[in-house]
Ligand binder design. Structure first.
Ligand code: SF4
Ligand code: MSK
Length: 630
């Protein structure tokens, strides 16, 4: 049991799962053993019906698919399709607030307002829009540029990337394109967020692109369209509409579930609906309805990245990261689980059926065989939120008290470190952070992202890595399910400062910040890019010169592949664990772990032990410091 999770709350729930015979991702992973070796190496292909084909990893036949595709082509195509999946999820997410802002600006949607005018003006300024115009006029122009980046047909790089990426990096990307295009044209600057994904699907179709480097370059192009395009648009527009996160104290872990209340979990990624649920759940009308049903009121709780969104902006407590999604239902005290898109295990509605929990899907893109569907219409947002909350209140009366068990564990966490908040803490400029890095009080910064994966003991890699990094004076920032792991483990508190090395400790005390900073949900990895870019521009350096390193130590989604790729393409070395499915091709492995370093400064490295990972990360940071002469 201890090998399944590092989180004591999860272990308590897993005992119940075992005793009662429920099924979670951990049990299903066991039933999948042994998992397909071809799949793990990335050498299987299902791209046409002459196949499916697979390459023999031991050098015997078959060494080619029916069409003649080699391991190099098959692995590179598979990597590309993972990037396409991840980039499309993030970018389609970004499209939603972009359309919503346009509708708000045009007066077509009155359920939402522009909450952060300063942020709107800051974004507009970056895009070269006159900020003295009327607010709705500015918003409309900003939204139109974003939507144009999704759909324009010229060959120019997308505007958001050109407005946000640091100058030296843009120059480098252009040089790399020149260097790669000596024989045949290979481009990496994205023209259009949607198009780069379509391009991947086109070139990975049977019989189109059959060269590993060309395929991977397109993967990089789509990932850059995600990081500096779709994801960044999601972050910026959500800040404009719902407010830029500022520092606040919250609580994290299953202990935030309170059996005396109607407990509603919101899970997924897009905050457009959950923001309204927060607002409506707080209303006297809904709280009264809950009291009339016999509860003390409504307890709204987040899960995964929708949870991160409302945690960062509204201070809503969070029940856990993705492997907690099933465990939260097993507490028997969740009256409704409301989901939007991404990372929602298909098994959830069936598990909810073992309890009184009503599972409510809301997106036309994410439907389930079981549970109920309440379609979320943005122009009827308040009405939809009310309907959902009423369903939860109804379910409360059907609770089976004998099934309720809520672990006590919950930790306090200081969250809300948007770039704006970090700059505020630094007095308005990145200079203080640069100064402490130069002085050596902070050796460098590690950005950790991503998920849980039942192949890795839940949270163990996240927490061990983070603790070890801060003990070595490396500031840790990050997003997604890592951030929830760190919050649950108490690493985002002023108390955690004592775990930091002396240098980092002194900086945290001076700035009154924890040594581990929550920067948001997985689309908010763009915040880390923007911060890195601001430091690079301040120093007139390239991002790859800076003592920065990334890690996705418990990753599982295609989104994580896209994030890792836009990080390396932006100049940041990235650690990955578990193993990505590339080892079936020496060529692809070499491009992604070595050759790309020469071209772009960033590269992937693999390590399965947290302490050895920190050693490697520190080595990279020290190497960069040496090159900078600090
Ligand atoms: Fe096999 Fe080639 Fe078809 Fe892939 S594209 S399934 S390798 S024949
Ligand atoms: S929710 S993508 S498991 S971070 Fe963003 Fe968590 Fe990874 Fe989903």
């Amino acid at each position: 049991m201890e090998n399944k999770s590092f989180d004591p709350a999860a272990l308590e729930m897993l005992e119940i799962v075992k005793k009662e015979g429920y099924e979670t991702a951990w049990e299903r992973l066991e039933k999948q053993q042994p998992q397909c070796g071809f799949g793990l190496l990335g050498v299987c292909c299902r791209n046409c019906m002459m196949g499916p084909c697979r390459i023999n990893p031991f050098g015997d036949d078959p060494q080619r698919g029916v069409c003649g595709a080699t391991a190099d082509v098959i692995v590179a195509r598979n990597v590309d399709r993972m990037i396409a999946g991840g980039a499309s999820a993030h970018s389609d997410h970004g499209r939603r607030p972009a359309i919503l802002l346009k509708e708000v600006a045009e007066g077509k949607n009155r359920d939402y307002q522009i909450k952060d005018v300063d942020k709107l003006k800051a974004v507009a300024q970056k895009l070269g829009i006159d900020v003295n115009a009327e607010i709705n006029e500015i918003a409309l122009k900003v939204a139109e540029i974003a939507l144009n980046d999704f759909g324009k047909q010229d060959e120019e790089p997308i505007k958001f990337l050109m407005a946000y990426a640091p100058k030296k990096r843009i120059e480098l990307w252009k040089k790399v394109e020149e260097a790669l295009s000596t024989n045949a044209k290979i481009k990496i600057l994205p023209r259009n967020i949607d198009r780069e994904i379509v391009d991947i699907m086109h070139r990975t179709h049977i019989g189109v692109d059959n060269e590993a480097l060309s395929l991977l370059a397109q993967g990089i192009r789509a990932a850059l369209a995600d990081g500096w395009g779709g994801s960044l648009i999601a972050t910026e527009f959500q800040d404009i509409l719902f407010g830029t996160p500022m520092v606040k104290e919250v609580e994290a872990n299953l202990g935030v579930i309170d059996p005396d209340y109607v407990n509603i979990i919101v899970h997924g990624h897009e905050p457009v609906l959950s923001e309204k649920i927060v607002e409506v759940a707080e209303s006297e009308e809904m709280q009264n309805k809950a009291r009339q049903a016999g509860a003390k009121g409504i307890n709204l709780i987040g899960m995964c990245c929708t949870g991160n969104e409302i945690l960062m902006r509204q201070g809503v407590p969070i029940a856990g990261n993705v492997l907690h999604s099933e465990l939260s239902i097993v507490t028997g005290a969740i009256d409704a689980m409301v989901v939007d898109v991404q990372c929602i295990f298909p098994a959830l509605p069936e598990l909810a059926d073992c309890f009184h929990t009503v599972f409510i899907s809301t997106s036309e893109q994410a439907k389930f065989e079981k549970g109920i569907h309440i379609q979320f219409e943005e122009d009827k947002a308040i009405e939809t939120a009310k309907k959902i909350i009423e369903k939860a209140i109804e379910a409360y009366s059907r609770r089976d008290k004998s099934k309720i068990y809520v672990p006590k564990q919950k930790s306090k966490a200081i969250v809300g470190f948007s770039v704006e908040q970090i700059l505020k803490a630094l007095g308005g400029s990145v200079k203080p952070i640069v100064d402490v890095i130069v002085e050596g009080k902070i050796k460098g910064v590690a950005g950790i992202v991503g998920c849980n994966n039942p192949k890795v003991k839940q949270d163990y890699f996240h927490v061990t890595l983070t603790k070890e990094l801060i003990s070595r004076d490396i500031l840790v920032i990050g997003t997604g399910c890592w951030a929830i792991a760190a919050a649950k483990a108490g690493l985002m508190t002023m108390d955690a400062v004592k775990m930091a090395g002396d240098g980092l400790k002194s900086v945290c005390q001076a700035l009154n910040i924890p040594p581990v900073l929550h920067m948001g949900s997985c689309v908010d990895c763009s915040r880390m890019l923007v911060l890195a870019g601001a430091i690079a521009d301040y120093l007139n350096a390239d991002i790859s010169d800076l003592p920065l390193v990334g890690s996705a130590p418990e990753w599982y989604t295609e989104k994580a592949v896209s994030i890792g790729t836009y990080f390396i393409a932006s100049g940041i070395p990235v650690h990955l664990w578990p193993l990505p499915p590339v080892l079936g091709s020496e060529k692809v492995t070499k491009i992604l772990t070595e050759d790309v370093k020469e071209l772009l400064g960033g590269y992937f490295f693999i390590e399965g032990d947290p302490i050895k990972t920190v050693e490697k990360m520190e080595e990279i940071i020290m190497e960069k410091r040496k090159k900078l002469g600090i």
